[in-house]
Design a binder for this molecule. Structure first.
Ligand code: CUA
Length: 196
């Protein structure tokens, strides 16, 4: 009877056990296949991004975040709720660390409402619970979301994109009021409400 080998790695393999060099070769092949797949996927992401197919989800409309307060649609006097000639409402807001301007908006119920937002600094979020309104607010882009509120009511609107140390305190209020309240609003008037 042969002397038993003390090192278990050098013992002859039982029938049916795959020898180590074969295992190694198979693992090498799989690593190569996985690395190739990873390379292809990274290439697809980079190529589609560079050739312009990747954009922020809501609206591809660019704006210079450095001059928001100087000219254009997001100057301070134009923020808030405007009533358009067709009776719909457009609400313009700026998100900035750590507040929305204006910090409380009032909109008519049973009326198409378009929210247009942009950021003065970093990425923020705008979300109205139980509605279709949910967008990121990215500096350099105008985010646009449309909705209609069936009933008057109040919405607390927290920023839902982590934007810095004051993120938890960043919120606005959307107050939906009966549409009659907007009956005599002129085309150049912008309404806001008081934050409580
Ligand atoms: Cu703004 Cu979080």
């Amino acid at each position: 009877m042969a002397e038993p080998i003390s090192n278990p790695l050098q013992r002859p393999l039982a029938n049916g056990v795959v020898p180590e060099p074969v295992v190694e070769r198979t693992e090498q092949r799989w690593v190569t296949i996985m690395a190739t797949m990873l390379g292809v996927m990274m290439a697809v992401i980079v190529v589609t991004g560079v050739t312009g197919a990747l954009h922020p989800a809501s609206n591809v409309e660019v704006i210079d975040p450095r001059t928001l307060h100087l000219a254009g649609e997001f100057v301070e006097s134009n923020l808030g709720t405007a009533i358009e000639p067709d009776g719909s409402a457009t609400v313009r807001l700026i998100a900035e660390q750590y507040d929305f301007v204006p910090d409380c908006v009032v909109v008519p119920a049973q009326t198409p409402v378009t929210f247009r937002l942009t950021s003065a600094d970093v990425v923020h979020g705008f979300l109205l619970p139980n509605t279709n309104v949910n967008t990121m607010v990215v500096p350099g882009f105008v985010a646009e979301v449309r909705t209609t509120f069936a009933q008057p009511g109040e919405y607390e609107m927290p920023c839902h994109e982590f934007c810095g140390l004051g993120h938890h305190a960043m919120w606005t209020r959307v107050s939906v009021t009966p549409r009659e309240k907007f009956a005599d609003q002129g085309p150049l008037e912008r309404t806001r409400c008081e934050k409580h």
